[in-house]
Write a protein that binds this ligand. Sequence first.
Ligand code: PMP
Length: 350
Amino acid sequence: MNSPSEYALPHIQKLHGYTPGFQPSGDGWVKINTNESPYPPSPAVAEAVCQAANDSLRLYPNAKAIPLREEAAKLHGLKAEQVIFGNGSDDILNLLVRAFANEKSAGYLMPSYSLYPVLCGIQDSGTVEVPFDRSMELPFEALENLDANILFITSPNAPTGVGFSNEDLARVIASFDGIVVVDEAYGDFADENAVELLAKYKNLVVTRTFSKSYGLAGIRLGYAMADAEIIDILDRVRDSYNVNRLTQAAGLAALKDQAYLKEVVGKMKSTRDRCLAEWESLGWFCYPSAANFLFVEPKNGAGESGSEVAESLFEFFKANKILVRYFPSSPLTDSFLRISVGDDDQMLYV
Ligand code: PMP
């Protein structure tokens, strides 16, 4: 018999899977490496999950997560037919690639969320990487001439944190002959959201997650908003019960407590802006962030930057149980640290 991997499809044999951010075991870590919220979710969530656990776990969940679709639609001023939920927004991104990425190609910006090329690799679709320049503003000319079926724009972008205005996004969406996905995983921390562009553009999909602002990374819940025709297509690709009962209960309770969301997002934004100002006063370079993390180029005592400075700071933090994310230098950026916005106590360490 051949080795089992030889039976895998040729493009899967070549594939490198996605490496999620490091999750340490044991206690005592200051964990500011994967952009989770430092705050617990709304207290209404635990109550709703306990109730759902007691009531109905022997039954399958609501297949289309209709109560969640209705609540999210109400929140964003849309129709329930314009919303779909998934097992994290990664599930939604996967549905989008399954449905729309073909051999012609899927486009995405570099740097941005590194899952897009992996999903395209699984699908064996073509890909086009569009590089940012160091300004990290949208490269309009390259995007306007892109020959692709689907285009992913992360806004606010990861790992830079730079948010794009609706005016800039509209310019790209209007000129693009295909589906544009604006991945708003960090959208709750931004001043502008692409949701309002849905009224005008039928080729737009906006995705959101409960993993960051809602403090619910552990429950795996995300959603997409788009024209009802796009949602119908995604529903055909979706696993029938892709959002379990406990997650549906948790998500519904969290969505209904917008006052709590506003309070924690406000706290994170003020911590973010304070840290940015402090690091800038040290002479560090930091992109303006519309997200819950900062992409920062640290300098040493002599005011020099470079890969040794960022890497040695990363190693020093790690040795002291403080986890941040290190980005080695690339043709597009020098070496940076991406530091998630923790609570004020956690941020005393960095
Ligand atoms: N999009 C971006 C830009 C992200 O950074 C992440 C989280 N790593 C996701 C989507 C996926 O989030 P979720 O936890 O909802 O799958």
